[in-house]
Design a protein around this ligand. Structure first.
Ligand SMILES: NC(=O)c1ccc[n+]([C@@H]2O[C@H](COP(=O)([O-])OP(=O)(O)OC[C@H]3O[C@@H](n4cnc5c(N)ncnc54)[C@H](OP(=O)(O)O)[C@@H]3O)[C@@H](O)[C@H]2O)c1
Length: 338
């Protein structure tokens, strides 16, 4: 087996490929020969040493893979050796062989490529939970998507298009043409203009129904202000704390002192809802997520969306993959191929 380890907190070069014996699936697990593994921003935060959910270093990051089952543990129903699957991995996805509880594994459609299979699980389930399950987005709702050109951002745009929502997306300006071609209603250059003012101008001062906030820090109060009455603010990340290729404790501290404090009274009087989503804490709820994934796969089957895969990197190029995302070059998903 080959795995990519985060040896210690630091720049992308701390990612190292190591060989080891193939793991044996435990009871209730399947073993997957990985064909593609998704790279997520959480992996970068983990590498920087500022991801609270990460195990103790050193560890193998990675939240999603696709591949073929090559060995079944005891007591695994419904799956067979040779099945093409996608899976959620709570770490360990940067591997060419991984064992996963079968409840976190989903059969791939015959016509779903391995790369699409690796780009969907964490990304689209997170977005489904935010927009459909908790955000109750309906046709005509106005939704602000930060990082609209990223893996999660483009998935949010896909689901908003399916749901019939009007979309406001922040992204670096060179990504706007692509976003508009994908159906984004309003592209906002947040790097050269204040997005709060831009959204208010575009909505005649009314704000939006839903904000997806992966940024955190100074953005928490800004995004709350952007909600119209009945609006839902969904916190799901803190990428603004990643200010460079190495950890900055000052940035983390500055971000944390911006933590907003929403009292029940304030929420009542403002008629606003604040929601938190962390798919990494849903592993025990695999049965709850199964129908969500079924709907996502049905939409894929109907060709209502395809994940946008920007670039693939070999395992040996894992550091380059992290540089690529942190340099804000990606439009869509970045994958590692064993
Ligand atoms: N809570 C959950 O369950 C969950 C699940 C998945 C992802 N997330 C969160 O969702 C967000 C997006 O994740 P992703 O994996 O799809 O990543 P991604 O958006 O593809 O990440 C890279 C992009 O983020 C933007 N960006 C914003 N701030 C950045 C910074 N400080 N450094 C570098 N790039 C920055 C850049 O786009 P622009 O140039 O256009 O700004 C960059 O191209 C992250 O905050 C992640 O932690 C949360």
């Amino acid at each position: 087996m080959q795995q990519i380890w985060i040896q210690k907190a630091g720049p992308p070069e701390v990612l190292k490929v190591q060989d080891g014996p193939d793991p044996i699936p435990r009871s209730g697990e399947v073993r997957i020969r990985v064909e593609a593994a998704g790279v997520n921003f959480a992996d970068i935060l983990g590498r920087l040493g500022i991801y609270p959910d990460a195990p103790r270093l050193p560890y193998v990051p990675g939240y999603e893979v696709s591949g073929k089952i090559d060995l079944l543990g005891q007591g695994v129903p419904d799956f067979r050796e040779g099945d093409a699957v996608s899976a959620l991995t709570r770490f360990g996805g940067y591997s060419n062989v991984v064992c996963v509880p079968y409840r976190q594994v989903y059969k791939r459609l015959d016509w779903m490529s391995a790369q699409d299979g690796a780009a969907i699980p964490l990304t689209y389930l997170t977005v489904y939970m935010m927009l459909v399950v908790m955000g109750s987005v309906r046709a005509g709702d106005k939704v602000l998507i930060h990082g609209a050109a990223g893996g999660v951002g483009l998935a949010a745009l896909d689901l908003c298009r399916i749901l019939g929502a009007e979309t406001f997306g922040t992204a670096s300006p060179e990504k706007h043409d692509f976003l508009l071609s994908q159906g984004l209603s309003h592209a906002i250059d947040y790097r050269n203009q204040d997005y709060e003012r831009a959204v208010m101008n575009l909505t005649g001062g009314k704000g939006v129904h839903v904000v997806l906030d992966p940024l955190g820090g100074v953005h928490w109060p800004k995004n709350y202000r952007l909600l119209m009455p009945s609006g839902r603010l969904i916190h799901f990340g803190a990428s603004s704390l990643a200010t460079g290729k190495r950890r900055s404790l000052w940035s983390v501290f500055r971000g944390m002192v911006m933590l907003p404090f929403y009292t029940p009274l304030k929420l009542m009087n403002d008629n606003k809802a604040v929601i938190g989503v962390n798919l990494g804490h849903m592993w025990e709820q695999a049965e709850m997520m199964r129908p969500w994934m079924k709907q996502i796969i049905a939409w894929y089957d109907e060709a209502l969306f395809r994940p946008k895969i920007d670039r693939t990197f070999s395992f040996a190029e894992a550091a380059a993959a992290h540089h690529y995302m942190q340099d804000r070059k990606n439009i869509g998903k970045v994958l590692l191929l064993p």
